[in-house]
Design a binder for this molecule. Structure first.
Ligand code: 6CS
Ligand code: FE
Length: 302
């Protein structure tokens, strides 16, 4: 177990009410806060909503190269069999490929793109490293959804992430429209921690990455937060960037359209927020889900 106090008790036998966040949302202050690429309005929006989206963040030509990698991986039978690849429940289509920055040199370099790194360092107020990376494919007709959840609730409980000082950069690879299961977020939900009921089974990830049952907030809490903040689905064409805070509630519907909804995710963690033992008490999850082997600060690629 940990010798540090568990400030975010969850995966309990009985329901514990949600409580207000006490970690900063934007961790930088003073000159570090004002000297980064995000202006005060953007910082304020991120603090209020828990996410920011940027249309046409990447050029069309860059996206073509990313899409080529996406289809190469889809055809790669060996990659399909690797432990970091999750298939859609009961099907042969790929749902997610984890650890993608360790598979792809291009995506590894992209994690250090100054256009991303400088914003992330400004928001997390420190040097950063990659906690997790993945591609979610959500293929047409068969791509299942993701239940409402806070990533931090999982990363705290199952990966031992101590505090809310992490965020996801999601790069839209195929147009996210109305009908192909776009990511939905609850604005303002990042300002509350919602403890979840239900103990975490050993090797929970073998099921949770196909369909998350443990660590899903209760409907009373979800309703309260949705009535307060509504729901937003920041759709956009390939090349759109979405930054969302580790504790912002999000989920998505199944894809009933013919168009895939594929997104690339880089999860950045502050080097001041290194993982400890999982607070749920289970063994640590594999490295492709929670990086424990290299926390050296990322340096911008020039
Ligand atoms: O368990 C995890 O780390 C993954 N689960 C979800 C539903 N979102 C975050 C992450 O990819
Ligand atoms: Fe998630």
């Amino acid at each position: 177990m940990n010798d540090i106090q568990d400030l975010f008790p969850t995966r309990l036998e009985r329901k514990l009410g949600m409580f207000e966040r006490f970690d900063p949302v934007v961790h930088s202050e003073g000159a570090q806060r004002s000297n980064g690429p995000l202006n005060e309005d953007q910082l304020h929006e991120y603090e209020q909503k828990g996410f920011l989206s940027f249309e046409n963040f990447f050029e069309k030509e860059e996206m073509e190269a990313f899409l080529q990698e996406l289809s190469d991986y889809e055809e790669d039978e060996d990659l399909k069999l690797s432990e970091g690849t999750v298939l859609e429940p009961g099907r042969q289509e790929i749902r997610s490929i984890f650890g993608i920055h360790e598979v792809s040199g291009r995506f590894s370099q992209l994690t250090r793109d100054p256009r991303l790194l400088e914003m992330v360092q400004q928001l997390l107020g420190s040097d950063v490293y990659i906690h997790q990376s993945r591609i979610n494919y959500k293929p047409g007709f068969t791509g299942k959804g993701f239940n409402w959840h806070s990533d931090f609730e999982t990363w705290h409980s199952e990966d031992g992430m101590p505090r809310m000082r992490s965020l996801s950069c999601s790069i839209i690879l195929t147009d996210n429209g109305e009908f192909n299961g776009p990511l939905m977020l609850v604005p303002g939900s990042h300002r509350y921690f919602v403890p979840c009921v239900g103990r975490t089974p050993e090797n929970n990830y073998k099921e949770s990455l196909k369909s998350q049952e443990v660590g899903v907030p209760d409907k009373v809490s979800l309703r309260t937060l949705m009535l307060e903040g509504d729901i937003e689905a920041p759709k956009g064409d390939a090349g759109t960037l979405l930054l969302f805070e580790c504790n912002t509630l999000h989920g998505s519907n199944m894809n009933m359209s013919c168009w895939p909804r594929s997104n690339l995710f880089f999860v950045y963690n502050s080097v001041e927020n290194g993982l400890v033992n999982p607070f749920c008490g289970n063994r640590p999850r594999p490295d492709f889900l929670a990086n424990r082997k290299d926390w050296s600060p990322l340096t911008p690629v020039t």
